[in-house]
Design a protein around this ligand. Structure first.
Ligand SMILES: [Zn+2]
Ligand SMILES: [Zn+2]
Length: 397
C-alpha cells in the first residue's frame, strides 16, 4: 500500500516540474500557460481576433473599438532550458538574416492591413453620406433592454444569474443592478469601462456583489486603471471595503454616488428613483431616454424597474400609463409569507391593471415556483402583454 511521503501538502517551487501529494490527490506540476506558445494581444483594435463582446475589434453594443481579448502566437520562441518557460529569446539573439526576413514579412503584412483599412474607410464614408441625406426619424431611438441576469438570491435553475439589466440608447449604456454572476454576461456584451453608470437598487448581494469583479477588471485590465460611476444607497463603499478588508478598495476604481428619491440625468437617460418597502433603503426606478423637453414632452412611455419590493403600491408613483414594467414576482402565484418583503402574481397583476402599464415583464422568481402558474396568477388581474425575462433576452422598451 502507498504511504504518504513527507512532503505532503507542501508547494513545489514555482516553475519546476514535479509531484505533490494532497491527501488522496496527486498534483502534477508542469510548466503551463505561456508554454503553449501564446501571449495576450496588446493591440487596442485587433483585426485578427474577436474581442470580449464577440465582434472582431468592435464592441457589440456601442460599435466602438474595444481592447482585443484574444491571444497571439508568441512573437519570439520560448527558451525551454530556462526555469520560467515563458522567458523568450531577445530579438538580438536572432541572426541578421532571420531579422531581415522577418522585417520583409512584417512590411508586407503592414501594407496589406493598410490596404484593407483604406477600403473599409471609403465604404464607411459612403454609407455615412447616404445616411446623412435621409430625413431624421420623428421618434427617438428606443431603449434596448438586455437581460444579463434575472435570478433571485439562490436558485437551482441552470444558468441563473443575479439581477442585472443593461439599458442601451444611442450607443450609451447603463446597468441596473449587478448581482452574482452578472459580470461575465456584462463583459461579453459591452466593454464595461464604457458604462455611463451602474445603478444599484438596494444593498442585498444578489443586486450588487458583482461590483467586486467589475472593480478588479477596471483596476487590473487597464493602465492607468479606468473608473465607473455607481449610484447606490448609502454605505455601499463601506460594505465592499469590508468584504475585502481593505479601506479604499472601492474608491480605486468606482466613483460611488449616493442615491436619493428624485430625478437625475445620466447621459441620455433620465432616471427617477423612488423608495420602496424592502430593506432599510431600497429603490425602484423609472428610466426614459432623452432629457429635457424631448421624450417627456411627447409623453413617450418609460421603463420602470421594481428592484425588490414588498408593497406593490409603492411603485404607483413611478408608473405612467403605457410604461413597460419590469417587476419582481419572487413568490410566484403567492401568497407571500408574512415578513418577506417581496411580491406575488396577484399583487403584480392588480398593480398593472390599476396603472395601465403597456407591457409587464416578470423576473426574480424564487426557487420552487413555476413560471406558467405565476403568469396565470397575474393574468387573473391583468390581460395585457405579460412574459418572464431570462438572461440573454433583448427587448425594446
Ligand atoms: Zn433580490
Ligand atoms: Zn433584496
Amino acid at each position: 500500500m502507498r504511504t504518504k511521503p513527507a512532503a505532503v501538502g507542501r508547494r513545489r517551487p514555482s516553475g519546476r516540474p514535479g509531484v505533490a501529494w494532497f491527501g488522496p490527490f496527486v498534483l502534477l506540476c508542469a510548466p503551463g500557460g505561456r508554454q503553449a506558445g501564446r501571449e495576450p494581444c496588446r493591440t487596442s483594435v485587433c483585426p485578427a481576433h474577436k474581442n470580449a463582446s464577440g465582434a472582431a475589434g468592435r464592441d457589440e453594443v456601442t460599435g466602438h473599438s474595444a481592447p482585443c481579448r484574444g491571444s497571439h502566437p508568441l512573437r519570439y520562441p520560448v527558451r525551454r532550458d530556462l526555469p520560467d518557460a515563458s522567458a523568450r529569446v531577445h530579438p538580438s539573439a536572432h541572426t541578421r538574416a532571420f531579422a531581415r526576413a522577418r522585417g520583409r514579412a512584417d512590411a508586407r503584412r503592414r501594407a496589406s492591413v493598410l490596404r484593407r483599412a483604406r477600403t473599409r474607410t471609403s465604404v464607411l464614408r459612403r454609407a455615412r453620406a447616404t445616411r446623412s441625406r435621409r430625413p431624421s426619424p420623428v421618434r427617438a431611438r428606443p431603449v434596448k433592454l438586455i437581460v444579463l441576469g434575472a435570478g433571485p438570491a439562490y436558485s437551482d435553475r441552470a444558468g441563473s444569474v443575479g439581477a442585472s439589466y443593461l439599458l442601451v440608447h444611442d450607443d450609451q449604456a447603463l446597468v441596473l443592478d449587478l448581482g452574482q454572476g452578472a459580470f461575465p454576461s456584462l463583459v461579453r456584451t459591452i466593454e464595461p469601462s464604457r458604462l455611463l453608470a451602474v445603478v444599484v437598487s438596494h444593498l442585498h448581494p444578489d443586486h450588487f456583489i458583482d461590483l467586486v469583479p467589475l472593480r478588479h477588471y477596471l483596476r487590473y485590465e487597464f493602465e492607468p486603471p479606468r473608473r465607473v460611476t455607481v449610484h447606490a444607497p448609502a454605505g455601499l463603499a463601506r460594505r465592499l471595503d469590508a468584504l475585502h478588508d481593505e479601506p479604499g478598495f472601492t474608491a480605486q476604481a468606482l466613483d460611488v454616488v449616493e442615491l436619493a428619491p428624485g430625478v437625475r440625468s445620466i447621459g441620455p437617460f433620465e432616471l427617477e428613483a423612488g423608495l420602496v418597502t424592502h430593506n432599510s433603503e431600497s429603490y425602484a426606478f423609472r428610466v426614459r431616454a432623452g432629457t429635457g423637453a424631448g421624450a417627456g414632452a411627447r409623453g413617450e412611455p418609460g421603463f420602470v424597474y421594481s428592484g425588490d419590493c414588498g408593497r406593490a403600491d409603492d411603485l404607483r408613483a413611478l408608473i405612467r400609463p403605457g410604461d413597460t414594467l419590469l417587476t419582481e414576482v419572487a413568490f410566484g402565484p403567492g401568497p407571500v409569507p408574512p415578513g418577506a418583503q417581496h411580491l406575488d402574481g396577484p399583487a403584480v397583476g392588480r398593480l398593472a391593471a390599476a396603472t395601465g402599464v403597456g407591457r409587464l415583464l416578470l423576473t426574480h422568481l424564487q426557487m420552487g415556483f413555476d413560471p406558467e402558474e405565476t403568469i396565470a396568477s397575474v393574468r387573473a388581474w391583468y390581460d395585457g402583454d405579460i412574459r418572464f425575462v431570462w438572461p440573454g433576452d433583448r427587448l425594446e422598451v
